[in-house]
Design a protein around this ligand. Sequence first.
Ligand code: MRU
Length: 434
Amino acid sequence: MSARIRHRFTGRFALVGLSIGVVTGLGGQLSLGQFAVAGIGAAASFRVTSATGNYTLGLAAAGLAAARLAGRLYGDRVTGMLPPVMRAIEWRSGDIVVIDQTLLPHRLVRRTLRTTEEVAEAISTLRVRGAPLLGIVGAMGVAQAALRPRASRSATVLARAEQAGALLAATRPTAVNLSWAIERTLAVARAEATSLGPAALARRLLQEALAIHAEDERACEVMAAHALEFFSAGATVLTHCNTGFLVTGGRGTALGAIGYAHEQGLAVRVFACETRPLLQGARLTAWELGRLGIEHALIVDGAAAGLIARGEVSLVMTGADRIAANGDVANKVGTYAHALAARAAGIPFVIVAPTTTVDLKTRSGSGIEVEERAASEVLSFGGAAIAPKGTAARNPAFDVTPADLVTAIVTEQGVARAPYRRSLAAQVRRAVRA
Ligand code: MRU
């Protein structure tokens, strides 16, 4: 059939694109950028003139496809372009693609990390942060160093992996997931360096990193289901820092559990503590809660104890960066104060964290290294100085909540309760066997 194809623009199909864009965009499937490209694609139409008649073909579908493709290819450069299912981290042909968390909530930008130095910089500056995500990015960083540039000897692959592992593990000391995931990946490299050729060895490390990612995604789902028993209809949950999809391979730890309870029809309300000095609660948790459609109010950290004492909170739920063998929990600074307030008011204080955050080698909280960050983070707010020049500041990024204040620790292996030395060890044993 001979056909003459003429391009022309018409408003007719813009309506189709607009509707598709609105529906998928509101459902969180498309970003604003993708929505715009879809609209433009839909606005263009072809008129096909053939022997059998004239047909006008809308390009809405092509517009959508182009938008998705553009999001994949240029997402790190184009603000607001993300694949339909939001992921905090992705492996793309040797590159590690992450959401730059320092720019949220104002700009949603993906960054491509191509070298170990770029990965280390992203971790140190908290572009990527949160215990489980640090583990995933650490393992991917080791695999990346092993894969690029291509090595001719397995010994070289192993040496590069070890070097990258040492550099990345030193970036943040408290979140045990980082060193755990790096060690797990390096253990594979050491075990298989003599039996595999260089290319196969590097690929094997990548496989391990991707397995760590996938396991964390699954763990999030299971933890959320286990945590459901702590929610009652109409619960008001107080949470600290940011523990959602941004910091895991899946839906999140504490915030993942809150989101799941909401999905199950429990009308959960949330107090999100702003989390000074870097405002992970204000910038990131409020943003995630908004996307999830969960009723929430942001509070300054200092307001938490008063609200708990007045009976306005039924549950305190947070994540963790490292859990010692006896159940002492290191988490974002400010968490300990919430646990004390919860105990005084007689409400539960619950931790949600995967077993990869449990560190049986550290006997108690006193053995956990607490990261001290730059004083400048405390002395300024939004880039502006807030204290007289020359003021000294301390900036411990975490604190340790003693086990006796912790009602329960929810992991993917179930709900651990005191005595934690026994219950946590049993959970870790089960996780290793799984
Ligand atoms: O310094 P950050 O922002 O990396 O600290 C993160 C936290 O303290 C989180 O609460 C913790 O990692 C649990 S995340 C699932």
